[in-house]
Design a protein around this ligand. Structure first.
Ligand SMILES: [Zn+2]
Length: 143
């Protein structure tokens, strides 16, 4: 298996961990980093796992959904009120868990099918690493 990595850095967005018994229950932001590890058994004709110049669809998805967004857990008890305020105050994005670990797993479920489709199933994503800031990170791996 061959792998390569692509990182997206300093993506500002907020989240709230409503189950947390401390300050993480409050909406707060980080400058996040996302590192995707791509894997394949056979490279393309250029000898690449993926052509980094042809990953604009991933950056576009990040810009549309995460950049300057506010992430919440799908079971956030304030979901209805948050949706009332959404649009003019913030850009909401709901996912099963907006922890770093949850985001890593969620982004794998979003990006892996996109990458497989773009590469005719030659390439898959074997790891998603999420950096909340320069000190804290989480990783979801498959395989
Ligand atoms: Zn946080």
């Amino acid at each position: 298996m061959l792998t390569c990595k692509k990182s997206y850095r300093d993506i500002p967005f907020a989240h709230r961990q409503h189950h947390h018994d401390g300050h993480c229950a409050l909406i707060h932001g980080h400058n996040w980093g996302i590192t995707l590890t791509f894997a394949c058994k056979e490279t393309d004709l250029n000898g690449f796992v993926v052509d980094f110049g042809k990953l604009k669809y991933l950056k576009k998805w990040i810009d549309s959904n995460l950049d300057h967004a506010c992430l919440f857990n799908e079971d956030d008890p304030e979901k209805d009120r948050l949706l009332e305020l959404a649009g003019h105050l913030f850009k909401p994005y709901f996912l099963p868990s907006c922890s770093s670990e949850g985001l890593a797993q969620h982004l794998h479920s979003v990006f892996d099918p996109m990458v497989r489709e773009q590469t005719d199933d030659r390439v898959w994503i074997c790891a998603v690493e999420i950096e909340e800031d320069s000190k804290n990170s989480a990783c979801y791996t498959v395989g």
